[in-house]
Design a protein around this ligand. Structure first.
Ligand SMILES: Nc1ncnc2c1ncn2[C@@H]1O[C@H](COP(=O)(O)OP(=O)(O)O)[C@@H](O)[C@H]1O
Ligand SMILES: [Mg+2]
Length: 575
């Protein structure tokens, strides 16, 4: 992405705030004007008061100084607070945009983007971007006015001396440009390493039990140290250049001052300039050089911001794979059958995962999907709510292609219980009525009872108002699964997908979960991926999926009688 493109897009983002930016800019010009006046006053101070001993000026000047500093303070406040507001608003907008954008993405996106990276985009890259917007980009504008006005004062007072600044400015520009390139490159690497740090943090904190179980604290500690060390090296490299540029710019400024003392001193001595002019000139020039020096610092912020913007935009530019068509309709309430037709699927140009799947599931049927792991069962069920995009073949609900209806209307008709129970760090109540803030407690209790979760919820310290910890950390595995079943029951959707919802449970809680599932499957159309015989035996029909293909299909008794793959699986797993 070129600088120009990035700036144009940033401008688009800032457009809503352009009035505020405009007012801020006017205030900046005023501040620059007052600074110029301050420098000019030095001339009167020296010539009128010190040389001519004029008592009128002695009375006037202190008042003028107070007024100028007071007014300058006010406009300074106005523009800094406005810029802060715009900068923070831009951050807020960006964060919300990225958040919403990420949640529109399909499962394949999350497969390729680690959580830590995404978090570091939303938190740290956006903050860098804000720095660039509110401090730097605008700082450049302010400094530009300041330099122009002060140079105006300088030329007005003594144009011959002022010519010196034309020698200094290009010399000063050289390191600014040179360092800018370095900063940009370093910033990109720094942010990438920062993202790796967040990834390690995320993985090891959420996976702390495995780290403990394998006694890998030291291993993870070293991995983290290694990563933090890489970040440290980069940051120090960046710091080296940042710390170097200030003295360098000072030195260049010093040379200019020396030149002015020499030539200006000569003029004062031979009488072509007054001491007042000389000092006012020097004050103005030093004041003008201040922002020039600042440009290097601002420049590093801008370069970092531009690099951050590139990364932020690159996420915003990932078109969600799954989107509503322009003329997408609402999916009518499910009434007759779901048909999977000539379905083929593969993840990102890898080997095919599903091959030529044809399957019709009438309303009310409980269909069990069994088969060796890695066979494509989860992938198959993820296609139905359009978590993954179908590119070859189709899924029809009551004859309507699911790609022709809105994603929301499709997913509203599907309840899911996944193998990995996903719960939120919130109350039991809010987990069951996920996202439905004003639901009645009666309905929630009803769902909890149907899920055989009521008794254990009642026994929790605050009952339905107990906060269950991250991913339900304060509950047992069986309780978590029953809670996610309660959530699915509460949603009350006609189509149900159960992906190994009873795996990893002991017999006791399995019996509870089993009863819960039976309640859930009543009057619903169910796709159930199961290891447990009890679940499978209750199913109306069983399909065996192996290597992405449906190889057998029928009732339990039929399939056993066939003495094929199912019988093999059955004998291996359940006997
Ligand atoms: N996000 C993904 N990206 C790439 N390949 C995947 C992804 N998810 C699953 N697969 C692959 O697809 C195949 C089927 O996986 P899955 O549907 O989870 O099988 P099952 O649920 O039957 O165990 C496996 O070979 C797996 O490696
Ligand atoms: Mg699976």
């Amino acid at each position: 992405m070129s600088n120009k493109e990035i700036l144009l897009r940033l401008y688009e983002v800032m457009r809503p705030y352009r009035l505020k930016l405009f007012i801020a800019m006017i205030s900046m010009i005023c501040v620059a004007g007052f600074t110029g006046t301050q420098a000019y006053l030095v001339k009167d101070l020296l010539d009128k008061i010190f040389m001519e001993k004029d008592t009128f000026y002695l009375k006037l000047l202190p008042i003028v100084v107070i007024v100028i500093f007071f007014l300058k303070g006010i406009v300074y406040y106005i523009y800094t607070i406005l810029l802060e507001q715009v900068g923070q608003s831009v951050i807020k907008d960006f964060r919300v945009n990225i958040f919403n954008h990420i949640h529109k993405q399909s499962l394949t996106f999350f497969g390729s983007m680690p959580t830590g990276t995404l978090m570091s985009r939303i938190i740290s890259d956006v903050a860098l971007l804000q720095q660039a917007v509110s401090n730097a980009l605008v700082g450049v504008i302010r400094d530009f006015f300041q330099v122009v006005i002060l140079l105006g004062v300088v030329f007005y007072m003594n144009w011959r001396l002022a010519m010196i600044s034309f020698v200094v400015l290009p010399v000063a520009a050289f390191p600014i440009i040179k360092f800018g390139r370095l900063f940009r490159k370093l910033s990109t690497s720094t942010q990438e390493e920062t993202a790796h740090v967040s990834n390690i943090l995320h993985e090891t904190i959420t996976g702390n039990r495995i780290v403990k179980a394998f006694c890998k604290e030291e291993y993870e500690g070293n991995r983290f140290l290694e990563q933090v060390r890489r970040l440290f090296t980069l940051t120090m490299k960046d710091a080296k250049y940042r710390c170097m540029q200030h003295p360098l710019m000072e030195f260049i400024g010093g040379i200019a001052i020396a030149a002015i003392i020499w030539f200006g001193g000569l003029q004062v001595i031979d009488g072509t300039a007054t001491p007042g002019t000389f000092f006012a000139f020097l004050t103005a020039l030093i004041a003008a050089y201040e922002p020039v020096k600042g440009v290097t610092r601002i420049n590093s912020t801008i370069q970092q911001g531009l690099a951050a913007a590139t990364r932020v935009f690159s996420i915003l530019d990932v078109e969600p794979e799954i989107q509503d068509k322009k003329n997408a309709t609402q999916l009518a309430p499910f009434a007759s059958e779901i048909e999977l037709k000539d379905l083929n699927f593969q993840y990102n140009h890898e080997a095919p995962v599903l091959k030529n799947i044809n399957l019709t599931v009438p309303i009310g049927e409980a269909l069990a999907i069994v088969g060796p792991s890695g066979g494509g069962k989860t992938t198959l069920t993820n296609l139905i709510p359009r978590f993954l995009e179908i590119k070859d073949g189709a899924i029809l609900i009551d004859g309507t292609d699911i790609r022709d209806v809105t994603v929301t209307s499709l997913r509203n008709q599907i309840s899911m219980v996944t193998q990995q129970t996903i719960l939120f760090n919130d109350t039991v109540r809010n987990n069951i009525a996920y996202g439905e803030e004003n639901s009645s407690l009666d309905r929630i209790i009803e769902a909890a009872k149907a899920a055989h979760a009521f008794d254990f919820i009642e026994a929790l310290p605050q009952g339905f108002d107990t906060i269950i910890g991250e991913s339900g950390a304060r509950l047992s595995g069986g309780q978590r699964q029953r809670l996610s079943i309660a959530r699915a029951i509460f949603k009350n959707a006609p189509i149900l997908i159960l992906d190994e919802a009873t795996s990893a449970l002991d017999t006791e809680s399995e019996r509870e979960v089993q009863k819960a599932l039976e309640n859930l499957m009543k009057d619903r159309t169910t796709f159930v991926i199961a290891h447990r015989l009890s679940t499978i035996k209750n199913a109306d029909r069983i399909v065996v999926v192996k290597d992405g293909e449906i190889i057998e299909e029928g009732t339990h008794d039929n399939l056993i009688a066939r003495r094929g793959e199912y019988e093999l699986l059955y004998n291996m797993q359940y006997k």
